[in-house]
Write a protein that binds this ligand. Sequence first.
Ligand code: SF4
Length: 367
Amino acid sequence: MFKDSQLHPIWAKVQRQERVSPEEVLPLFKTQDVLGLGKIANHIKERKTGDRVTYVVNRQINPTNLCVLSCRFCDYASKKGRPNAYSMTMEEILSKCSPELREVHIVGGLNHEWPFEQYLKIVSEVHKKFPNLQVKAYTAVEIDFFARIEKCSVKEILSRLKDAGLMCLPGGGAEVFSERVRKSLFPFKIGAPRWLEIHKAAHELGIRSNSTLLYGHMETFEERVVHLKKLRDLQDETGGFLSFIPLAYQPGKTKVVDRQTSAIDDLRTIAISRIFLDNFDHIKSYWVTLGEETASMALAFGADDLDGTIFEERIMHAAEAASPVGMAKERLERLIRSASRVPAERDALYKIYPSSKDIHNERLALA
Ligand code: SF4
């Protein structure tokens, strides 16, 4: 049935709904039977969410690219006085919001000229002016920065943000949980223990969060597996993660590696994530870093979500991502249908909107 005999025991375990170990999953990063791997991952995806693939009508807002850090792989951050440096006013930020949006995703640089109150005000103003818009804001790196400038605990920062209207946390800033990679690419940014501590604190306060892996640079397959294991362990403990989002590194100008990793590596990584993260409900095919074609193929390799309309993505596009900066809702739905899946609109917490087409009827239409 499988060309690679290593897939047989994995398939048997998946059918019995048993957990796969790090040792079992590691060799899969080199399997030549990519279609066989995809079949296993797809089986899990369909068991969890059937034919459905979700997306969200959202917008990214990156309020400032001024950042106290200079991570080696980052094309986005800038310093005061440089031509590309910017900080948005509150009016600019609010002008990017509208009642048609379900979710706003707010992340940016660690701007030492902005007190925490400024970051807090962004959340409270958006929430006040657009009460139906769900605010997903600030990575663990930003939360750590706020706690340091405010000289208070992470829990206090998160509680104040929650009171201001924060709905959930994005998953960025995790990069890859490896001290070796951290020392080389982002030595002054938080590492795995602090990232995990912050997400755990959020979950304990009832704030759901997302998780990511930045892959395709200098990390090893072993380091990818260690990363996945740490996420799976925390999810066992708290159950607070909404999704896992593998992010393909964009070489841009930083050129940690010369070219983006292959589509085959993308598909293997998504499939392995789906197989290994048995306690995660959602694996995202993030079209911004994958490109539309690979993102659409990933829907047959275990992914069940395409992210959203986004409108204005600045961070990956500063690193010369080839995808469009935003996508119309109709185009997202077309992409999903072209993969023989049924589109459904969701909110930031992955709740399906009642306005989404009736999935059963649409499945019949597809048959
Ligand atoms: S990756 Fe984040 S923390 Fe690092 S320089 Fe860029 S914006 Fe700043």
